[in-house]
Ligand binder design. Structure first.
Ligand code: SAH
Length: 353
């Protein structure tokens, strides 16, 4: 990559307008380029066929469209899930996953190389944290996977891959601005979900941003003592603080919060957990996604991570039924693509470690 050239991918419409006026071009050019990048998914200026040859040359001389390269695709043998591996300019590897489910095609994308949170059940935490992804690198996961899957089209985007989106707030926000622009993906805000382990001031910022995308909170326990053990970030931001901010988010955006809850044997699958979840779900407009735990033992973790076991399916079904009886809205999520380590919490790449 030529590091002197400014990368246009990842710029919002306003930023593109500013950038083009800096090289003496008219503002309306920005919408043309915006459309080519984010709607038509071109990967070179050459392909922007309604722009004059001279203008394309000028763009080429000043700017670049390149963010991610060397895509490799891994197809699950047991499900339709596909895992995409990308290389960044600094030779890091990141992953995205495409999960088809009937008419719904969900893209699960990454926001950081690695993750600083160190959640004890998550493989990404084990590889440590390298850096934030730029908005261009986040958006490119959408563009490059879109190019690989026709005639299918991505219908949903979830920020649930590697990294903590709200610790890369600028990259996440800019990519959301692009995805929610009606001239890019055509996806409604309700089809885009940001998942967070819980960074309260950023939840408030996102609520105030006006973007009104859906928010998922990785809950995993309603008890601080337990959450502290499996999610060290809870020692900094307690459940009480999180509850206040997600309630604010729900009120501001008029959306329901999704709680994510990975079932860990003997840790968060007890009867008292059912009671606590019921109380929480009654107090905030919400639903809960129950996720079977995908073992990360193959990564040879130490400490508590090495001891974590999945709750048996029979108990998961019972747990889910109990919650439903108490009128909690529950989704039981399938484990998708665990044969290619593309399932939740299995995204980690040896080369980065
Ligand atoms: N940092 C963000 C997004 C990444 S995690 C967050 O914490 O929400 C995306 C989801 O996968 C979270 O709900 C997470 O808790 C869940 N997850 C992580 N590891 C898992 C595992 N080994 N098995 C099942 N789900 C897991």
């Amino acid at each position: 990559m030529n590091s002197k050239k400014k990368i246009l991918k990842g710029l919002s419409l306003e930023e593109l307008q500013e950038t083009l006026t800096e090289i003496g071009e008219k503002k309306f050019r920005a919408s043309q380029i915006f459309n080519w990048m984010y709607n038509k998914h071109v990967t070179s200026f050459e392909q922007m066929s309604n722009l004059s040859k001279d203008f394309r040359q000028k763009l080429n001389d000043n700017f670049s469209l390149l963010t991610l390269t060397n895509v490799t695709v891994n197809q699950s043998k047991t499900t339709k899930t596909q895992k995409f591996l990308f290389e960044t300019y600094d030779i890091r590897k990141i992953e995205s996953v495409i999960i088809p489910d009937g008419d719904r095609i969900t893209l699960c994308l990454s926001t950081q190389v690695g993750c600083p949170l160190d959640c004890k059940f998550c493989a990404t935490g084990l590889m440590g944290y390298k850096r934030n992804l730029s908005a261009g690198e986040i958006v490119d996961q959408y563009i490059l996977t879109s190019l690989e899957i026709p005639p299918q089209k991505i219908t949903n985007i979830v920020y649930m891959g590697m990294g903590e989106p709200l610790l890369n707030y600028q990259g996440t926000l800019n990519s959301l601005k692009i995805f929610t622009d009606e001239k890019s993906t055509g996806l409604s805000r309700q089809k885009i979900t940001v998942s967070t382990a819980g960074i309260p001031h950023r939840i408030v910022d996102l609520a105030d941003s006006g973007l009104r995308v859906k928010l998922a909170l990785s809950l995993h326990s309603c008890f601080d003592e337990i959450r502290n053990q499996i999610m060290p970030i809870n020692e900094k931001y307690s459940l009480k603080e999180l509850k206040e901010t997600i309630r604010y988010y729900s009120e501001q955006t008029k959306t329901r919060i999704t709680f994510e809850y990975t079932m860990l044997k003997g840790i968060n699958d007890r009867d008292e957990d059912i009671k606590a979840i019921t109380k929480l779900c009654r107090s905030i407009p919400s639903k809960i996604n129950i996720i079977p735990f995908n073992s990360i033992k193959h990564m040879a973790p130490d400490g508590i991570s090495a001891e974590l076991e999945p709750t048996e399916m029979e108990r998961i079904n019972q747990f889910t039924d109990e919650l439903r009886k108490k009128n909690v809205t529950v989704m039981l999520r399938d484990t998708q693509g665990d044969d290619i380590a593309a399932a939740c919490g299995q995204l980690a790449i040896k080369e980065n470690v």
